[in-house]
Design a protein around this ligand. Structure first.
Ligand SMILES: C[S@@+](CC[C@H](N)C(=O)[O-])C[C@H]1O[C@@H](n2cnc3c(N)ncnc32)[C@H](O)[C@@H]1O
Length: 250
């Protein structure tokens, strides 16, 4: 399925909300990704406001970040002054070196599916590592989750959202890299934690999600108001981060 380019850049309109409402990524994931990769320069694809970048930057790595949205890139540069920020999409990026680690947090699905594995392969040094990860948001209480989903679906929220039903991340079709001889040592890891979200932060999280951002703003706020009525003070969230690791074969 081609990438919806218009939808892939709706995040920059909501930089501050994005920064305050989205969860970050586990330190343990960063430790494990760096341990899996050989030493050397690191490339991040789709860095946004730097939610993953800050964790990698504190580990002292030589970090280059690609980010196409100017507002996101400005927030990133302010937050992570030590990293090199390249503006543009990964598809247009011409690396001036080969990287020991290429990683992407919540952004790999925005890169052209027909080209992304070739681009990753070309950007990696021999035996370099690819680390792709996503946070999955789940309202912990199944009854509340279903009620929130009912509101969203009735009001036209079409895809991936806050109140998706529980997905079994461990039983998925074979990974596209499983049959690609250019990559080896494929590994999938999961990190789960819970976090209490006050109602305002939960609604702001909704405002950062592309399925909500593409709604007419008036409709979006009505949907969120209806959901707020179900929430009371807040909601217990379960976040699972899934990480796929692979190594360039030679
Ligand atoms: C959901 S945000 C994730 C941002 C950040 N990595 C995080 O985890 O918070 C997706 C990011 O990918 C960027 N993006 C969209 N298409 C891209 C592409 N083709 N190449 C690189 N980045 C892209 C967007 O501008 C946005 O900042």
């Amino acid at each position: 399925m081609p990438v919806d380019r218009e939808r892939s850049v709706v995040f920059g309109e909501a930089v501050e909300l994005y920064e305050s409402a989205r969860p970050g990524y586990p330190e343990q994931l960063v430790t494990e990704a760096l341990a899996y990769a050989p030493a050397g320069p690191v490339l991040e694809v789709g860095a946004g406001t730097g939610k993953a970048t800050t964790v990698f930057a504190t580990r002292g790595v030589d970090l280059t970040c690609i980010e196409p949205d100017a507002r996101m890139a400005a927030a990133l540069a302010a937050k992570c002054p030590g990293v090199r920020v390249e503006s543009g999409i990964f598809e247009d990026y011409v690396p001036d070196r080969r990287f020991a680690l290429v990683y992407s947090a919540q952004a790999w699905h925005w890169v052209d599916p027909d080209r992304r594995w070739d681009l990753a392969h070309a950007a990696l040094a021999p035996s370099g590592a690819l680390a792709l990860f996503w946070n999955h948001y789940l309202v912990t209480d199944p009854g509340l989750r279903a009620a929130l989903a009912e509101v969203a679906h009735r009001r036209g929220v079409t895809s991936y959202s806050l109140h998706q039903d529980e997905v079994n991340l461990r039983e998925r079709p074979p990974h596209p890299l499983a049959g690609d001889p250019r990559f080896t040592d494929l590994d999938e890891r999961f990190y789960t934690r819970t976090e209490w979200y006050g109602t305002d932060r939960y609604l702001d999280l909704g405002r950062t999600i592309s399925a909500y951002r593409i709604l007419d703003p008036g409709v979006r706020e009505e949907v969120l108001r209806e959901q707020a009525d179900l929430l009371g003070d807040g909601v217990d969230m379960t976040f699972t981060t899934d990480l796929t690791l692979a190594r360039r074969a030679g």
